[in-house]
Design a protein around this ligand. Structure first.
Ligand code: ISL
Length: 601
């Protein structure tokens, strides 16, 4: 049990403590030696509290201690050889059905040969369930029905069969933190206090707002119903009502639904914001300092809630294990050590999690209008992938439906769009972990050129905009929206461009195809060691992958800058693949050039 008398180094030794410290340092763009030195490490939290009293709110340390003490059991520290699994070997491709192709599920079915040709092994399908579409399907009205716009259950069955015929897998998106306010459970619960579904949600009576929590999409997290005299919790949009996992009947309903999909042949799930599912029933206020820092008041109460691990174990045991289903959790706000707590095989919770700390550089959030320096990727991966994973595994991605396109963040003008897209692909397919491509990555899709708020559709941006207007002029508010809006990634795919690239010889598309084939040609890319080299070189990310005893060994280097840099490739190494012509012919790497070599061990 950690207390105010505990030393900072003891907090650092706790996985949640370590991740919170890292997160704070990242948010404030402070170096880690500030904390990781003997003087700071020997300081008690109480001393730190006195020293930081002017900046930090009085309840901050207690709030952090509460989260830390909610997790007494930490993963065992014995590294083991990773056990083989299909999802460690697979290349995933995320489809956002609204903008992937016309024709919904039938349209997707018509593109399976396309995906197969690219080399993809598994599809993660963003929600296609019945939904009013307030958050493009992440507001589920009925988990058992397909939204008519996307097709029917027969089309879904055809999609599952079509994928399996090609040896591919299907991972559905499962939204278990909330439902639409139009879900039958919610409608019944709201209208009738005695409804069997009343306890499925967080209703609170009284005139005052139950607490100060804010929604991820702007404003209070509580919605008022004057007629019923109640408040209801929504951490996301006003139509996405949070589910109360403390209610055992709710959990059983959710497990039943997951089993129903698995019995149809679905191979696993991507679990939407799954680290948010446990909330303290007493609904305490959030600490204002943590709120100001993270942008979300109340976060310390729900980003790792009191019964989170218990729920995840139960979900796995009751819904996933009978089908040997795969699970990847979307876990905003957690860090590398906590990811081990979720994915350690002995804890039987999740197979994989998505971490987001590489999507912005330190000191920045998604809505900041800034240029992303790709050299940060070296710092991030060296720390992140070097760390002992315990028995866990990594997910490798640069894009998804919630983020502007990475190549536009690094190079807004698009001068290096092609080499940059290829370099990111090269990292994604040769580092250690499971790659998740997002639709359009294979054709170097870039951000949109929105010029006015009227063109924005994303519920998050539309919620944030009026909040921004309270403190800044419209031009500045729009600049922030333009920097961070999720609409960039949700524009319809440009199939004409994709087909052009598919037919071209040196295209980004072809490069992806070659990389995927290369990855498949040697198990060293999957299960091999990863060793980072030349740590002092700030511009080049260099590493070796080796599988002992198969004999395969590879050296990879990537120039993370738009300037020419000297190569470190070992003499005599055989150049296999690169993102420029004449790979490995000179000792100079061009802007964002990346090369893969075969080396003897
Ligand atoms: O926490 C965030 C920013 O730091 C959010 O971006 C958060 O991670 C994200 O909004 C959660 O995403 C998922 O759940 C949302 C949905 O809108 C997203 O599309 C989905 O990926 C609510 O279901």
């Amino acid at each position: 049990m950690l207390t105010l008398q505990s030393k900072l180094r003891e907090v650092r030794a706790h996985p949640i403590g370590s991740d919170i410290i890292d997160k704070l340092l990242l948010l404030m763009n402070l170096p880690s030696w500030l904390i990781d030195n003997p003087i700071a490490g020997g300081m008690s939290l109480n001393t730190l509290r006195i020293l930081t009293g002017r900046v930090v709110s009085p309840g901050f340390f207690e709030a952090v201690l509460k989260v830390l003490n909610s997790e007494p059991e930490v993963p065992v520290d014995t590294p083991v050889q990773p056990a083989p699994a299909w999802w460690k070997e697979a290349v995933f491709y995320q489809i956002y059905p609204l903008s992937f192709v016309e024709g919904g599920l039938r349209g997707i079915l018509s593109k399976l040969d396309y995906l197969h040709e690219l080399g993809v092994d598994a599809v993660w399908l963003s929600p296609v369930y019945d939904s009013p579409g307030d958050d493009n399907g992440y507001d589920v009205r009925d988990y058992y029905t397909i939204l008519p716009k996307f097709g029917s259950m027969d089309d879904m069955d055809a999609l599952i069969a079509g994928l399996h015929e090609r040896g591919m897998k299907l991972v559905m998106d499962l939204v278990l933190n909330h439902t639409s306010d139009e879900h039958m459970w919610y409608q019944s619960a709201l209208k009738d206090k005695a409804s069997p579904y009343r306890d499925f949600y967080f209703f609170r009576e009284g005139t005052a707002t139950p607490n100060n929590w804010t929604s991820f999409f702007g404003g209070s997290a509580w919605k008022r119903y004057d007629e019923q005299g109640v408040w209801a919790l929504h951490l996301f949009s006003k139509k996405q009502m949070d589910l109360n996992w403390a209610c055992p009947e709710l959990r059983q309903e959710l497990y039943k639904m997951a089993r129903w999909w698995l019995s149809k042949g679905v191979d696993g799930f991507r679990l939407d914001v799954v680290n948010l599912i446990s909330k303290p029933g007493e609904m305490p206020d959030g600490d204002p300092f943590i709120g100001a820092l993270t942008g979300y008041i109340g976060a310390e109460h729900f980003f790792h809630g009191p019964r989170l691990h218990e729920y995840l174990e139960e979900l796995r045991a009751e819904a996933f294990e009978p089908f040997e289903a795969f699970s990847v959790g979307e876990t905003p706000g957690i860090g590398i050590k906590m990811s081990r707590m979720f994915t350690d095989v002995y804890r039987r919770q999740l197979d994989l999690v998505f971490l987001f700390d590489h999507l912005e550089t330190p000191g920045h959030t998604r809505f900041d209008d800034y240029r992303y320096k790709a050299t940060y990727l070296k710092r991030f991966y060296t720390k992140h992938l070097n760390a002992d994973l315990g028995h866990g595994w990594n997910a490798l991605f640069f894009n998804n439906h919630d983020n502007p396109r990475m190549i536009s963040k690094i190079d807004p003008e698009g001068q290096y769009a092609e080499p940059l897209a290829k370099m990111l692909a090269l990292l994604q397919l040769t580092l250690r972990g499971t790659p998740f491509l997002y639709q359009g990555d294979e054709a170097a899709a870039r951000n949109q050129r929105f010029t006015s708020i009227d063109q924005i559709q994303d519920v998050e941006s539309l919620g944030l905009y009026p909040e921004l207007l309270k403190t800044m002029p419209p031009e500045d508010a729009f600049k922030r929206i333009l920097a961070g809006t999720r609409d960039h990634a949700r524009a319809p795919l440009d199939w004409a461009e994709i087909e052009r690239q598919r037919g071209g010889a040196d295209s980004v598309w072809r490069f992806y195809q070659e990389l995927i084939a290369l990855r498949r040609s040697s198990q060293a890319w999957i299960y091999g060691d990863l060793e980072f080299l030349y740590p002092k070189d700030k511009h080049l990310l260099c590493y070796r992958r080796r599988l002992i005893p198969s004999g395969d060994g590879f050296y990879v280097e990537a120039n993370l800058t738009p300037k020419k840099c000297a190569s470190h490739a070992p003499n005599g190494a055989q150049a296999l693949l690169g993102n420029y012509e004449g790979v490995g012919k000179t000792r100079v790497l061009r802007p964002y050039e990346g090369c893969i070599y075969k080396v003897s061990q």
